[in-house]
Design a protein around this ligand. Structure first.
Ligand SMILES: C[S@@+](CC[C@H](N)C(=O)[O-])C[C@H]1O[C@@H](n2cnc3c(N)ncnc32)[C@H](O)[C@@H]1O
Length: 267
């Protein structure tokens, strides 16, 4: 009798399966992990990946994010560079991956002093964020303190602002704090600044920022501007899955149709 080798099967599943919590079209109640043979040949990159995966029913599709040259390595994200750093590095370590993407190279080139300073600042940011989030009308002095800490954090990576992800969510919360205090214009300008600093990298979480921008423009009655950002949101959500829309007149109708079907938009 041939016995199955549990260790080998465990390794095959552990090293090749995809989490289902990513992008699911059609059935958002699915969770856990799945194994797809061809996608398991794709390697990982935390940033600058050239493909993105989505699941339709039980099929996985991988779409290129830009033209790929013959012989070029095919790369998707097993875990995105914008996600929690510690969890990402733990996953890569468990898979024996010594990632050479520009984010990992930058991380590795950081001095121990900078790493220590970052940990300290993140600690302060975390405490301040809790206070700001809990207050219905956050104290201006608290917001300023948070802004100052975020500025210092940002400065640690000022040569590579597009690879600095620690301030993305905190900036969103600062914007929310200004909004709670009625300063919608300041809230909007913070988010537009955040959007612009990541314009040249593919970030899944940027859609949340764009959605907040749309909502702020609407509250400020800047309807033309709101429409412009709705287009950015639609394109940013649908194009990675369906490819660049060729027909400029028809694209919005198609994107809205897909948005109505809800699960296609990754928000
Ligand atoms: C899902 S498989 C990818 C396909 C695999 N390279 C192959 O040739 O069949 C995952 C394994 O590929 C390797 N791998 C994937 N991305 C890598 C990377 N960026 N650097 C080094 N090794 C990587 C690791 O050994 C990892 O456990």
């Amino acid at each position: 009798m041939n016995l199955a080798n549990v260790d080998i099967i465990g390794n095959i599943v552990g090293l090749n399966s995809f989490e289902l919590n990513n992008i699911i079209v059609g059935n958002s109640s699915l969770s856990g992990e799945g194994l797809w043979i061809l996608p398991s040949y794709f390697n990982h990159s935390c940033i600058d990946e050239n493909g993105t995966q989505y699941i339709l029913g039980d099929l996985m599709f991988i779409r290129s994010l830009r033209p790929i040259l013959q012989g070029e390595e095919l790369l998707v994200n097993y875990r995105s560079g914008e996600s929690n750093n510690e969890i990402r590095l733990m996953l890569l370590k468990s898979m024996g991956i010594d990632c050479q993407c520009r984010l990992c190279k930058l991380d590795k080139s950081e001095t121990p002093e900078t790493t220590h300073k970052r940990a300290q600042l993140l600690n302060t940011v975390e405490k301040l964020l809790k206070l700001v989030t809990n207050e219905p009308e956050p104290e201006p002095s608290l917001i300023k303190k948070l802004e100052k800490t975020i500025f210092e954090l940002h400065n640690l990576r000022k040569e590579h602002p597009e690879l600095e992800f620690d301030t993305l969510e905190p900036n969103r919360i600062i914007s929310l704090a200004y909004r709670k205090n009625g300063n919608l214009r300041k809230a909007l300008s913070i988010l537009k600044g955040v959007y612009n600093s990541y314009k040249n990298v593919y970030l899944k979480n940027i859609n949340w920022i764009v959605l907040d921008i749309v909502s702020l423009c609407t509250d400020l009655k800047q309807m033309e501007e709101a429409r412009k950002w709705v287009d950015i949101l639609l394109k940013g959500s649908v194009e990675p899955l369906l490819g660049k829309f060729k027909d400029e007149d028809k694209w919005k109708k198609e994107a809205l149709y897909l948005m109505e079907k809800k699960k296609l938009i990754r928000l």
